[in-house]
Design a protein around this ligand. Structure first.
Ligand SMILES: Nc1ncnc2c1ncn2[C@@H]1O[C@H](COP(=O)(O)OP(=O)(O)O)[C@@H](O)[C@H]1O
Ligand SMILES: [Mg+2]
Length: 299
């Protein structure tokens, strides 16, 4: 059977689905490992669209793999392999659907905080700054403009909300949740990961305005980096060309989708409308371009 052009949702017999996220389907493989499958679903304005984006799942998975390898000197991570042929037989049976878009990972006990790092002022960081002049307890200089580069990257943790938006919290609040030692460790690691990734991306023409990491404890009790990392779905990527603080920046990957949806009379509540073929195709091209620029290779 030929692999389908896009995958909207997986249903893998013989494996237990533990979570269906906006984009990723997560399965238990055995008691120590999970399979994280990136589908081709795309969300915009917090709604999952009925149209899938060809190659998107592959780009998310292969970009994460690239970064896990590149940043393995900063912190150990959960990745076992992205090669379906090297996965257990229960997974290999579904190779046609899973190839390219799946990560076999070590299951971790997840810390219930999102470790966000911001190098630029956007999104909820910009909103917090406008309201309070600070973000997660970081007092910032007055007069900063939307999308402006911060004097230095800041660690701005958030709670993991099941429904609705994550809530930004201070480091002090994070310490109450996971303890001061873990907080310091996750903060320092997150800042180092961001600094390395941001410098690399910038040299390739992409600004990583902000990004989110997750960490957990493996079966030995060691802290490891988990989830996807430094993908367009977990980060704000802006094209460096044309960057101009003082307003919102175009999204590297989703701008065509947003621009199109803004032309419609849609209230941004589910169900979301479908995308025209041209918009979906241009969006695929953007994901592939992000991969090419960041990794220097072709998918
Ligand atoms: N190694 C791991 N061990 C345990 N949970 C993990 C691991 N890697 C990722 N996860 C969890 O998988 C889930 C992915 O689901 P979710 O974030 O809802 O998907 P999406 O990003 O598609 O919306 C997250 O809750 C994340 O914490
Ligand atoms: Mg997530």
């Amino acid at each position: 059977m030929a692999a389908p052009a896009t995958v909207a949702e997986t249903s893998l017999s013989g494996l237990t689905l533990v979570r269906r996220g906006k984009v990723r389907d997560v399965y238990a493989v055995d008691n120590a490992r999970l399979l994280v499958v990136a589908t081709d679903r795309i969300s915009a304005f917090d709604c999952i669209l009925p149209t899938q984006i060809e190659r998107k799942g592959e780009v998310l998975t292969q970009l994460s793999r690239f970064w896990f390898e590149r940043l393995s000197g900063v912190t150990p991570n959960h990745l076992v392999t992205t090669e379906v042929e090297r996965m257990p037989e229960t997974v290999r049976r579904h190779a046609e659907v899973l190839r390219g878009r799946s990560m076999l990972v070590r299951a971790a006990e997840v810390f219930p905080v999102e470790c966000v790092v911001r190098g630029y002022l956007a999104g909820s960081g910009w909103k917090d700054y406008l309201r309070a002049g600070e973000v997660c307890g970081h007092r910032l200089p007055p007069g900063l403009r939307e999308s402006e580069k911060l004097p230095g990257p800041i660690f701005t943790p958030a709670t993991k909300a099941e429904e609705g938006h994550d809530e930004n919290i201070s480091e002090a609040r994070m310490s109450e949740i996971v303890g001061p030692e873990v907080t310091a460790r996750l903060r320092d690691t997150s800042l180092r990961l961001y600094a390395e990734a941001e410098a690399h991306a910038l040299s390739r023409g992409i600004i990583i305005a902000d990004t989110k990491f997750e960490f957990g404890r493996d079966s030995e009790g060691d802290i490891i980096l988990i989830d996807e990392i430094l993908t367009p779905d977990s980060s704000r990527f802006w094209p460096l060309a044309g960057y101009d603080a003082g307003g919102p920046q175009p999204s590297f990957d989703k701008q065509f989708v947003r621009d199109y949806l803004e032309t419609l009379d849609w209230d941004k509540r589910p169900p979301a409308p479908p995308l025209p073929d041209g918009v979906a195709a241009s969006t695929t091209a953007r994901y592939l371009e992000a991969y090419r620029l960041l990794t220097g290779g072709e998918l």
